[in-house]
Design a binder for this molecule. Structure first.
Ligand SMILES: Nc1ncnc2c1ncn2[C@@H]1O[C@H](COP(=O)(O)OP(=O)(O)OP(=O)(O)O)[C@@H](O)[C@H]1O
Ligand SMILES: [Mg+2]
Length: 533
């Protein structure tokens, strides 16, 4: 007895074969008619017609078919080479850092994944660290917003005119349907993370500007030269009032985290700090502590070697983001104070103005090749300072009262920080730094001395060094020696101050006498001419 189901299968097969057979027969007869037609068209129809037909119909269909078979797309990020690549915005420069950033990102991923076994280690460009990356052919999987993506390092052979070279690519493979997510979100995310990794792995730098370029010079000119920045100071070792220190740290934190706030309010992402106080109170040390805290580079601007405002702007443009731009002793760098005063005064206005001054005003307020106050103001908060984000500008000075108010007004120099003489809290930090002690019964005696005499942290630090050497590092003998040293230093300071005061008084007296004598002589001369004053 025939199985009904088996019978159905056999029947269906028979039907299918007979239909398939008839389909082939039909196609065969159709082809018999079409083939001569196609060959006729192929022979006589213009090529362009064929190409159009192919592009319009066949290619699209072929691509659709391909998408069903292989629904994955790839993006290559190639290692920068000497060749110029093109994007829709024009040539992509070899300074493009995408490859480095993606490589750094993948290194991190590869180290996290146990399956990634074929890795490669290279010496980091800065410092003595190693950069681990994936070896050619090794896959690294990643998941972004629940979407799986695969990376692999590929070496490709590239023919460029006569030149043939091997270039390395990082190839990202993803599902076609995720193309928008990959291009708009994932790849920028990879770049961002990679940049952060590179940034945290790098050695920080201390840049100094070179003398402005002579227009006739032909050698390759670099505006900034640098050395590795390796200053050990941190906010922990910086001696100052604790509350004040906390206020500065909070301010720096707020600056660093508030990118969106700056963007929303339309302010350039920068912050200015004015550090003022007597020599040796730790202004330069504070800059180092800030750089270490924020992990920023330092650009130390030497204004006296900058020829023009244009050069100053160029310098700023060449600074990188996440940096501190410092102008030390700004009152000594340039005569910035007189500049504004002269601009406000019209010739002949002020009683003290001389004819020579007026001539100079009309001729040219300043020699042409100098940086002016307005140039500096522009440098700090003009349009140029908005060229790209995250910059801190620091001015240091011993004489805040000498500076033009415009230069240090709030908004330009957002925070004014007075670095003052060594108080007890600052001393505690120094004692911890030099003697590694937090408390001691002799601290009270030191506190008394510091209340009476104005000693800078630099003075106290020096005394601590002497005390440490003489006291073999033992706290009690060291502190006893320190107290003697501080007393000596205080006496020296008082003596020096008294001498300076006496000298200033003597000079003032001599000056007054000379003026009186000159006036008397002038009077006598006029009397002799019959014109008593
Ligand atoms: N607040 C401080 N905390 C820790 N060390 C300090 C402090 N102030 C000064 N020192 C010590 O004194 C030395 C000189 O300090 P620094 O150069 O920072 O002073 P400054 O205020 O910049 O002086 P100047 O006005 O002359 O440039 C530093 O190398 C450091 O060892
Ligand atoms: Mg200094």
């Amino acid at each position: 007895m025939a199985d009904p189901a088996g019978g159905m299968v056999v029947r269906w097969q028979r039907w299918a074969f007979s239909n398939l057979g008839s389909a082939f027969t039909n196609f065969g007869s159709l082809w018999l008619i079409l083939a001569p037609l196609v060959s006729l068209v192929a022979t006589y129809a213009p090529r362009r017609l064929f190409r159009t037909y192919f592009n319009l119909f066949l290619r699209r269909r072929a691509r659709r078919l391909l998408n069903v078979v292989d629904p994955y797309a790839t993006v290559d990020i190639s290692e920068p080479g000497s060749d110029v690549r093109y994007s829709r915005y024009g040539p992509v420069s070899d300074t493009d850092t995408t490859y480095e950033e993606a490589k750094a990102y993948l290194s991190e991923k590869a180290c996290e994944q146990e399956e990634a076994r074929a890795l490669r280690a290279e010496g980091a460009r800065d410092g003595d660290g190693l950069v681990v990356s994936i070896r050619d052919g090794q896959d690294v999987a990643d998941v972004f917003r629940g979407v799986s993506l695969w990376w692999t390092s590929v070496v490709g052979t590239d023919v460029q005119g006569q030149r043939q070279g091997r270039r390395r690519f990082l190839r990202l493979t993803f599902h076609l349907s995720r193309r928008r997510l990959v291009v708009d979100e994932y790849l920028p995310h990879v770049r961002r993370c990679g940049r952060e990794i590179l940034f945290s792995n790098r050695r920080r730098r201390l840049y100094t500007n070179s003398k402005s370029r002579d227009v006739y010079s032909t050698y390759e000119y670099k505006s900034w030269s640098y050395i590795d920045f390796d200053h050990p100071t941190t906010f922990d070792t910086l001696a100052m009032d604790r509350a004040k220190k906390k206020e500065i740290i909070d301010d720096l934190d707020a600056f660093r985290k508030n990118k969106d706030f700056y963007r929303r309010t339309g302010k350039p992402w920068k912050r200015g700090y004015l550090l003022y106080g007597p020599p040796g109170t730790g202004k330069s040390t504070m800059v180092a502590a800030m750089a270490n805290y924020l992990d920023y580079d330092i650009y130390d601007v030497e204004l006296t070697v900058v020829s023009t405002n244009t050069d100053l702007r160029k310098l700023l443009i060449e600074t990188t983001s996440k940096s501190i731009i410092v102008i030390e002793d700004i009152d000594c760098s340039l005569d910035l104070t007189g500049d504004r005063a002269r601009q406000r005064r019209r010739p002949g206005q002020a009683s003290t103005s001389s004819k020579a001054d007026d001539d100079k005003y009309y001729a040219d307020e300043r020699p042409r090749n100098t940086v002016t106050l307005s140039g500096l103001l522009n440098f700090i908060d003009g349009l140029w300072s908005a060229c790209s984000g995250e910059r801190i500008v620091v001015f240091t000075t011993n004489h805040v009262d000498k500076l033009d108010p415009a230069l240090i007004r709030r908004g330009r120099m957002d925070m004014h920080i007075e670095m003052s003489y060594c108080g007890f809290e600052a001393f505690q930090t120094l004692a911890k730094n030099y003697l590694d002690i937090d408390e001691h019964e002799l601290f009270g005696a030191v506190e008394e001395i510091l209340k009476e005499v104005k000693l800078t942290p630099a003075d106290v630090a020096e005394c601590l060094m002497t005390a440490k050497r003489a006291g073999s590092g033992e706290p009690s003998p060291c502190l006893e020696i320190l107290i003697d040293e501080l007393k000596k230093r205080a006496e020296e300071k008082e003596r020096a101050e008294a001498e300076a005061k006496a000298k200033a008084e003597a000079e003032a007296k001599a000056w007054a006498e000379a003026e009186a004598k000159a006036a008397a002589e002038a009077n006598t001369a006029e009397m002799a001419r019959g014109n008593p004053l």
